[in-house]
Design a protein around this ligand. Structure first.
Ligand code: PLP
Length: 386
């Protein structure tokens, strides 16, 4: 088919390509490459969850689901929010089931932001937190998270970014790519500030259960008066990335708007997947604890090895990423990642894929077998320090 000469949406054409995909595509061309660039659990979905999804499909639960999700799942979400997030006020009307966390974020952005609205997004931060803003014709305004503040937010710096078009701030703790977790004091300070400024908070808590030290704190639990939309996912917690399911918690008025967007765009999440999600949320949580403990031992081993090798790394307290600061002289991070792949067959995500604040860093995924991880760190040190 020939390239159409007709005009297409220019802004979509201008969306930047993902810096992670770019390195991943290069890595796929390298035989026996070691993939440490992906943010995807290396576990299988637990058997009881797969069985519940398959059973639902076999039993004929294959029709459209209600737009906000099937009632039993929304009830299961409310129980999970009380059990794991100290959110005790949730009712069905506070919850919408979404196609993954990215689906929940897209609905939240579209429900709250208008053309030209500014939304503060973390830098370094997950790239989609910027590009979803682009898709809904809002303006992402990066706010820096820096090592000198332990990657905790600086309320004065946030305040200096506010204009009369600012409508929301996006928070992501535990963070991809940093693996950092905001302290309760940071969360309370940002919630108080956003409330005083009349801003929405969109809280991406897709790694809420992948805390490695202390359980992470949900903004809604500690700041009940703030205007928060919290987005969760089953992708990481239950190794369900390909099932495409998550959920959001907000005031029913916001959920109603998010449901309007969902009705128009995807109608609802796959019905068998929703039944699998009920099994995941209500079933035995031992598998989650086991994954957490595996990530924790990989984290401990990786931090120890990196330190022995003379690499400067941030010890992650959540999620499954190691944020590595490249030594001065290692060159720019994107070129470094390409060199590393070429010379050693190890793929890592270059820091600038996560915003300008990621320059000078690479992200190493802990969602990989430990020997691969150790070898990857050896190669990073060899290339960076040579
Ligand atoms: N939020 C963050 C910070 C992520 O890293 C990801 C996935 O990598 C997501 C949201 C969305 O994941 P999913 O759409 O699979 O739930």
């Amino acid at each position: 088919m020939s390239t159409p000469a007709l005009r297409m949406a220019e802004d979509v054409g201008l969306l930047p390509p993902s810096g992670i995909r770019a390195i991943a595509s290069a890595a796929w061309a390298v035989p026996d490459a070691i993939h440490l660039e992906f943010g995807e659990p290396d576990f299988d979905t637990p058997t009881h969850v797969v069985d519940a999804g398959a059973r639902a499909a076999r039993d004929g639960r294959t029709r459209y689901a209600p737009t906000p999700g099937i009632p039993e799942l929304r009830d299961a979400v409310c129980a999970k929010l009380a059990r794991d997030n100290a959110i005790t006020e949730a009712t069905r009307d506070h919850v919408i089931v979404t196609p993954g966390g990215v689906g929940g974020l897209t609905l939240a952005y579209r429900a709250l932001l208008e053309t030209g609205s500014e939304v503060l997004v973390p830098d370094p931060g997950w790239p989609n937190l910027r590009t979803i803003a682009d898709i809904v014709k809002a303006v992402p305004v990066p706010y820096r998270l820096t090592a000198d503040r332990d990657y905790q937010p600086d309320v004065d710096a946030l305040d200096s970014l506010v204009t009369d078009r600012t409508r929301a701030i996006v928070v992501n703790s535990p963070s991809n790519p940093l693996g950092s977790v905001w302290s309760r004091a940071s969360i309370e300070a940002v919630a108080e500030w956003a409330t005083s400024r009349g801003l929405w908070i969109i809280s991406d808590e897709c790694y809420d259960q992948l805390w490695l030290d202390e359980p992470s704190t949900s903004i809604s639990a500690v700041a009940p008066d703030a205007a928060v939309v919290t987005v969760f996912s089953l992708s990481k917690t239950y190794a369900m990335t390909g099932w495409r399911i998550g959920y959001a918690y907000a005031d029913p008025a916001v959920i109603t708007r998010m449901a309007k967007v969902q009705e128009t765009t995807t109608s609802s999440v796959s019905t068998p997947t929703q039944h699998a999600a009920i099994a995941a949320l209500t079933g035995d949580q031992a598998g989650v604890a086991a994954m957490r403990s595996t990530y924790r031992s990989r984290r401990d081993a990786a931090v120890q090895r990196a330190t022995e090798l003379g690499l400067d790394v941030l010890r992650p307290s959540g999620a499954f990423y190691l944020w590595v600061r490249l030594p001065v002289g290692a060159g720019d991070a994107t070129t470094f990642a390409l060199n590393l792949l070429e010379r050693t067959g190890v793929a890592v995500a270059p820091g600038p894929a996560f915003g300008a604040g990621g320059e000078g860093h690479v992200r190493v995924s802990l969602a990989a077998a430990q020997p691969h991880l150790m070898h990857g760190l050896d190669c990073i040190a060899e290339v960076a320090l040579s």
